[in-house]
Design a protein around this ligand. Sequence first.
Ligand code: FES
Length: 198
Amino acid sequence: MDDRIDNKRRRFLTNVTAAAWAVGGTVAAFPFIRSMTPSERAKAAGAPVVIDISRLEPGQMVKEEWRGKPVWVIRRTDEMLQKLAGLGENLADPDSERSDQPVYAKNVHRSRQPEVLVLIGVCTHLGCSPTTNFAIGPASGLGDDWPGGFFCPCHGSKFDLSGRVYKNLPAPTNLVVPPYRFLNATLILVGEDDGGTA
Ligand code: FES
């Protein structure tokens, strides 16, 4: 009889301890999650978002959302970067004179660091979301001389790996580069730069 009571009591105490641990764990984890992920309300209001690129391999892309729009971060390979230099005459706005990007992204790479490209993933024609096509040449299905880039399926606009639009296609300007800055080597804050919050 005494043994049964002891066993019941032991089970009760074990459950209480487990529940307390779970609550404590949640509280301890919350500040970290909150610092990385703004609330839905803050997001809707346009709060900057942090994007972690620590696991982004060369040739890969990660997607986030800022102000209801897709944000893409691509870690370009050396081969991708080399392709950019020779494309000028095929592009509608090769020097990004008419396109929207911060002053630090007004270069052939359209970025702060050559290998890391940050773009708003919305076509500048009528707002569709282009697809990525990083394959080169015939394997891309976009022609033997396709150097890799983005393709908008709605009306056929094509963009290079800096988001620059090709000539004689519906999109009038290059894909938009949002304001951003590096918090450290692997964290990017999108929506805010040295000039403050966008
Ligand atoms: S919306 Fe992209 S080409 Fe028309």
